[in-house]
Ligand binder design. Structure first.
Ligand code: ZN
Length: 140
């Protein structure tokens, strides 16, 4: 397994805690709750290995990764009932394959537009994060 010791997805701990809370492992990835919750239910699905490009994994691994993204998205739909889930895979500076799953709600924040990477506006209490995590887990 390829690991980068400065990467939150690889090492967890403090680097991850800056922006996310691990919910659980999926088949070839981990599901992470994004701490910034301007879009209720926003999560990240991060691939198990520290690879940058989706073209650098096998068809089998890629299909499994998208199955994980689908599973996470289904749970978000069931738990939070968004009108749309937006998907974003960037990582110009953090080169670990991951996808943002961003629930969007009609006539609410950024509806009809591109989601901001980290608006830095809405953070929850530990109890509220835990409640959200349980809600997602219950629907996986
Ligand atoms: Zn990594």
């Amino acid at each position: 397994m390829m690991i980068d010791n400065n990467c939150g997805y690889c090492v967890g701990g403090e680097p991850l805690a800056k922006f996310g809370i691990k919910i659980c492992d999926l088949e070839v990835s981990q599901l992470i709750l994004f701490k910034e919750q301007s879009h209720p239910g926003r999560c990240i699905v991060a691939y198990k290995d520290h690879i940058s490009e989706i073209v650098d994994i096998s068809d089998e691994e890629r299909n499994a990764f998208f199955a994980d993204v689908n599973r996470a998205s289904k749970a978000i739909h069931k738990a939070f009932n968004p009108d749309k889930v937006n998907y974003g895979a960037y990582g110009d500076t953090g080169c670990h394959l991951h996808m943002h799953l961003v629930p969007k709600y009609k006539d609410e924040y950024e509806w009809g537009g591109v989601f901001e990477m980290n608006p830095g506006k809405t953070f929850l209490t530990d109890d509220e994060y835990q409640e959200m995590i349980e809600k997602i887990k219950a629907n996986l």
